[in-house]
Design a protein around this ligand. Sequence first.
Ligand code: PUT
Length: 283
Amino acid sequence: PSTASGWIDEHHNGVRYGLQGDVIADEQSAIQRITVIHSHRYGNGLLLDGCWMTAEHQERHYHEPLVHPALCAARSIDRVLVIGGGDGGTARECLRHHAVKHVDLVEIDGRVVELSQKHLAAIGGGCWSDPRFQLTVGDGIAWVGEASDASYDVVLVDGSDPAGPAEGLFNRSFFQHCRRILKPGGVFATQSESPEAFRAVHIDTVRMLREVFGHADPLYGWVPMYPSGWWSWTFAASDGPRYRSPDPERAAAIGPGCDIWSPRWQAGAFEAIPASIERELSA
Ligand code: PUT
């Protein structure tokens, strides 16, 4: 990232997306460049290979929409798999559901976990020491390829942008394995990039998931620090779009602790598909 004059920017296709602040850690791990910053507006934040991943006072815009439509709708939620998500925010939101018995989180870069635990502790919250939580530092694509059929109720893909280590998370064979390892009534969700800044990746991801699962629905929201601020998550399930109908009891237990997600917000976000994207997806 460029750090001139106290600004930390992600550069993407001729546009800069920046926060004012200070770099507090910047290193090259075996996998990628990891930068941790303190920003004036959103608290401590994380970039991987110069791209915004998260920040303390912004992460709920991203994590709640990824987790709760899936966790409020899968038939059961005993076993959850998170691929990526090394800052801990996705796991933290999953573990707020008392019915969750086990969360496997497979993160390719152990330094992301260590730096998040040190500088972004509020994001993972209590997840790191929760007895239901198991961290594996390793390749999520290999994990999914080797997992048994029907072994998870929910699979959540919380990867970085589709370059470098995350490229294989936007891939048909990966999605086919995700479907294979879902239990009946299981739900899959992935972050599916910005429909503005990463439009081609977004469209390809939704299309691929529709081919693999027979259906899939993008949900649109805002993560103001990400390129364009406009973001998406895409959902599919083993037996049709059950994620469109959150279980009222689970929703009532989780909703009051959320900043963004609610069943009403979710209903609107699934409908907020821009006309041209809807046309492109149905062409
Ligand atoms: N998992 C975070 C998504 C990254 C978007 N830049």
